[in-house]
Design a binder for this molecule. Structure first.
Ligand SMILES: *Cc1c(COP(=O)(O)O)cnc(C)c1O
Length: 295
């Protein structure tokens, strides 16, 4: 969206523990962009990756110091909490996605924007329906066809009722994995104090050369796994013209080579979870003995 809007995205590195935007890298990048003078920093997009709310305090301080707006991408964070504040409210604007794979999913495409600023709310309402003005066939800005289908809204109304319960179940499932992974390498994902993850994904790290073999072995045991995400944004072909190179954001690139997401949903039974953990431990054993194919 940044590029579609005609602005230039500038990518910053992540924190290796939380997988979220690293405030130190953000601070350095803001300084660099300002002193370079070609671009004018305007906004920070802070993602609640895998469901864990981003480092709100540190990022909000930098936003304040530099006169920047925070857009919280809570597509995965919906349901998460930071210091008593709900994800989607940790910025000037928050967004979420109701794509089926998200914590609150509909049966197709959907999403929402959150703000407590009436002026912004009016602009967003207009932008989502072809930039309409005071009445339907007057257009005051360039807009989109971004309405939420009635059928999806109806599904969401029902699923929203079950959401608090599902959020609790997600904590239980996460706890199940955490117990299984105690003292193990890979370790369970960390949740810093004062934060609640909505566990959009349950993502661990495995040694990069082992990952492909582990995934194949687990698949042979009927356990699907996924890589979120195999290629960093600064290395994507679409942004080649920005000059990003492999090595620019080493922490994100290392994570991208090591991450592995395990099956996760609020209805995952103890029995199925045990099967996942067993297959993972077997795969790790075999990889350790050099018996799985290496990337
Ligand atoms: C899924 C996702 C999006 C995109 O959501 P859409 O519904 O496809 O627009 C954006 N950001 C993150 C972090 C996501 O996980």
């Amino acid at each position: 969206m940044v590029a579609l809007r005609g602005a230039t995205p500038v990518f910053v590195d992540i924190n290796p523990i939380t997988f979220n935007l690293d405030p130190k890298s953000l601070e350095e990048k803001i300084k660099e962009v300002k002193s370079d003078g070609k671009l004018r920093p305007r906004a920070i997009i802070a993602v609640d990756l895998f469901g864990l709310p981003y480092d709100y305090e540190a990022v909000a301080r930098l936003a304040e110091q530099n006169g920047l707006v925070i857009l919280e991408d809570a597509a995965q964070g919906f349901g998460g909490i930071y210091g008593g504040k709900k994800a989607t409210t940790l910025g000037h604007l928050g967004t979420t996605s109701f794509f089926p794979a998200k914590p609150l999913g509909c049966y197709g495409d959907g999403g929402a924007v959150f703000t407590n600023n009436d002026e912004l709310a009016e602009i967003i309402r207009s932008a989502r329906a072809h930039g309409t003005g005071g009445h339907r066939y007057e257009h005051v800005r360039l807009g989109l066809n971004s309405r939420l289908d009635t059928i999806q809204a109806a599904i969401l109304l029902v699923k929203l009722k079950a959401f608090p319960e599902e959020l609790d179940s997600r904590q239980e499932v996460a706890l199940g994995y955490e117990r299984a992974l105690v003292g193990m390498v890979p370790s369970a994902p960390a949740v810093p104090g004062g934060r609640l993850s909505s566990w959009a994904q349950y993502t661990i790290r495995v040694p990069a050369p082992w990952r492909q073999g582990i995934m194949e072995y687990m698949k042979s045991r009927g356990v699907p796994t996924m890589i979120y995400y195999p290629k960093c944004l600064h290395c994507q072909p679409v942004f080649a013209s920005l000059g990003g190179r492999s090595g620019d954001l080493p922490v994100a690139e290392k994570a991208s080579a090591e991450v592995l997401s395990l099956p996760f949903h609020p209805y995952l039974s103890q029995k199925d979870q045990n099967r996942v953990v067993e297959a993972l431990f077997e795969a790790l054993d075999l990889a350790g003995q050099g018996k799985l194919s290496q990337a």
